[in-house]
Design a protein around this ligand. Sequence first.
Ligand SMILES: *Cc1c(COP(=O)(O)O)cnc(C)c1O
Length: 358
Amino acid sequence: MRVHNFNAGPAALPRPVLEQVQTELLDLQHTGMSVMEWSHRSNEFEAINNGAEQGLRRLLGLGDDWAVLFLQGGASLQFSMAPMNLLQNQARADYLVHGTWGRKAIIEARKEGAARVAASSEESGWRRVPRTDEFELDAGAKYVHFTSNETIEGVQWPVEPETGGVRLVCDASSDILSRPIDIGKYGLIYGGAQKNIGPSGVTVVLVRRDWIEPLPKIPTMLSYATHAKEHSLYNTPASFGIYMIGLVCQWIELHGGLVGMRQRNAAKAQLLYDQIDASDFYQGFAERENRSQMNVTFRLPTEELEKRFADESAQKHMVGLKGHRSVGGLRASIYNAVEPESVEALTAFMREFERTNG
Ligand SMILES: *Cc1c(COP(=O)(O)O)cnc(C)c1O
């Protein structure tokens, strides 16, 4: 039996994708092997690698001026790797910080170069993104870094921040491929696959080629140039994850691409926020304009009720609703693959829980 999966990451994957993986697991393309047993140097794997890359290119409208890399080390390694590669020769970077992951990103960036916080929403208790009138941008910065969706707080940028032409570097781990983006504004986008586009173990890095330069002084494995030159096959890649990203991209295309995903995700989020707003029993964490379409965070009147909510929902096969330990409360992660039926089951449970405990 499959449960209603609200895990924050690793998270729900599309059932048709899992079924296809199951069918192909013992014998992929009549090779008598699973993809995990193939050589990453085989022609067959090269086709899988290209297929996943093309899937991302089509969905995001990436031209030849972009490199698509499949790396390891998670989004967390990109906190270091991006500034290490981009902040050469005294280049400077601005960071817009509005939650847990953005705070981690700036800590690592400072170790690599001239990175500073250009705006923070700390005084709001991380309940919103910084407002444009709070930005203190450096017009000469190489890039402005932002976290498109803060997974733990459930706070998302409704559109890209306004930077006056400075290119964006984005940690898109928890909303990549969940909606269309204005790709012309970006220089680099990264994300762990395990929230919206695949299993853990593979990290997607999209980077403009004119930002990739050979950097002989940094470790070979940490240089974008190494991986761009070798099509992510410099060393053994996370081959199973790349195969799954290709399948997830096909599934997204079948469901209307990024426009289709935005519609599907907005409808799911609306159901939940409407339920939260229907009474005072549930209190949303994020300020309204910045509510996340991916991670819906909310509180109940007492911690005891929150615990009971998490326990009783789990008994009804709704898993992963306990909030992150750092903010408490509850969190429903409703990434691309989470079905509207799961969200309906949750809102029905919320009504019932409020009726019996409110
Ligand atoms: C999960 C997450 C991370 C950390 O990702 P890892 O792949 O575990 O390193 C970073 N940023 C955001 C926004 C996340 O949601």
